[in-house]
Design a protein around this ligand. Structure first.
Ligand SMILES: Cc1cc2nc3c(=O)[nH]c(=O)nc-3n(C[C@H](O)[C@H](O)[C@H](O)COP(=O)(O)OP(=O)(O)OC[C@H]3O[C@@H](n4cnc5c(N)ncnc54)[C@H](O)[C@@H]3O)c2cc1C
Length: 393
């Protein structure tokens, strides 16, 4: 019977990064991935610039393009262009980025097995048991980095208090003229997707376009994407399109338990997607980093893994709580939020700081709330009045 120090389930950004960091700390690590690597993950694959703080090796060869411009619109009108040399988004393709992360983990000593599906995870008094469709493996610890449907979370009873939205990404091939017209700009369209937005992320030879919503189900969701593509000058009459959807999980709780005695969850399995932007890669890798720190402390000082859940709740989740507040405001009053928020230089400067990694959602909320609360209160009262007039006649 071969026993590992840690088994990591899922070789996405959360899993591959965890596995590599553990191996660099001289642990014996097994990384299990359901699909053959390279595997395709539906994703617009925009990386915030501050991801550089977590990745300590050169990954320029998988950066496809760098964008320093974002153009917001509301129902294709009222464009707001934000350009800043130091607010950049690194565009990648997930099959390239994730393969590099997996390869780096193997180079650090991780044993990787792909095309193997984990069916159950047990956390027993003296160790963990990981049952797969091919074999049974044993370890002292498990990291569940197995995404939104996490078998680790389900097996260990940790799938709780979360909201699962939905997003579709399409790799869209357009004419050379349209690709050139897009330049290196990201488009964010805020007026056509209920409780969400539509996007275009520029890539070297095509455009990654999509829609995302915090709602669990929208009828004819795909039609909204086609509507967007057909009406945007840089995507209409596209030549080819490859489309894929995937859920987006976030949690509304700041007291979530994402550990047992010997197991922890990271990334989408831990529901740490940003509710406002849908960004999850940075958070998957950051939770991986924090999880590894706590596993090392458990090994060296026998400190409980409860400290991992506590740290995530006090840091990442407490901040995403405020992102959720912004998101709810936007869903309730999309037009007002656009006019008072996106189109307002005070607000969009703060958002740029957020992209720079120089401020937090909480800080932003505290600064903006006194400026805007009165306007939104008045709008809420107006809305309540309208509803009253409609129903009480
Ligand atoms: C349409 C769309 C667009 C997005 N765009 C962006 C973006 O531009 N920027 C951004 O930061 N985020 C974006 N996200 C979010 C981002 O994709 C996720 O947050 C991120 O992939 C989470 O990483 P992860 O490692 O936690 O999980 P995943 O990347 O989902 O990896 C989980 C891995 O576990 C494997 N696995 C699952 N079950 C098992 C099993 N039973 N046995 C073995 N292996 C298993 C899976 O095959 C997968 O490889 C987007 C999401 C969607 C849906």
């Amino acid at each position: 019977m071969k026993k590992y120090d840690v088994i990591v389930i899922g070789a996405g950004p959360g899993g591959a990064h965890s596995a590599r960091l553990l191996a660099k700390n001289n642990l014996n690590v097994l990384l299990l991935e359901k699909y053959k690597i390279p595997r395709i993950k539906p994703c617009a694959a925009g990386l915030p610039y501050h991801i550089d703080e977590i990745i300590d090796f050169n990954f320029d060869n998988v950066v496809n393009l760098i964008s320093d411009t974002t153009i917001f619109t509301y129902q294709f009108r009222k464009p707001v262009k934000l350009k800043a040399e130091d607010v950049k988004i690194k565009m990648t393709m997930r099959e390239d980025f994730d393969t590099l992360l997996a390869r780096e983990s193997v180079n650090s000593g991780v044993k990787l097995i792909d095309e193997i599906s984990v069916k159950a995870v047990e956390d027993n008094a003296n160790g963990c048991v990981v049952k797969t469709n091919k074999d049974v493996f044993y370890s002292d610890f498990v990291i569940g980095a197995d995404g939104v449907y996490s078998i680790t979370a389900r097996s260990l009873g940790l799938l709780k208090d979360r909201i699962v939205g939905w997003a579709i990404n399409a790799e869209v091939y357009v004419s050379d003229k349209q690709l050139a017209a897009q330049e290196n700009a990201v488009n964010v369209e805020m007026g056509i997707v209920p409780n969400g937005y539509a996007w275009i992320f520029p890539k070297k030879d095509h455009l990654s376009c999509g829609i995302g919503t915090a709602l669990t189900k929208i009828n004819k969701f795909k039609d909204l994407l086609y509507y967007y593509l057909d009406n945007h000058p840089n995507t209409k009459n596209y030549k080819k399109l490859i489309l894929k959807g995937h859920p987006l999980p976030h949690s509304y709780s700041v007291e979530l338990v994402i550990n047992t005695e010997r197991a922890v969850l990271v990334g989408d399995a831990a529901s740490v997607v940003d509710p406002l932007s849908g960004e999850g890669i940075y958070y998957a890798m950051k939770t991986a980093e924090i999880a590894v720190k706590h596993i090392l402390k458990k090994i060296s000082k026998n400190l409980s893994l409860d400290n991992y859940s506590d740290e995530i709740n006090k840091t990442i989740r407490s901040d995403l709580y405020y992102s959720d507040k912004f998101a709810r405001l936007f869903y309730k009053f999309p037009k007002l939020t656009y006019d008072l928020g996106v189109a307002n230089p005070i607000v969009n400067k703060k958002f740029q700081d957020l992209l720079r990694g120089k401020t937090t959602y909480k800080e932003m909320y505290e600064i903006l709330k006194p400026i805007y609360s009165n306007k939104f209160t008045q709008a809420t009262l107006k809305l309540a009045d309208k509803i009253k007039q409609k129903f009480i006649k």
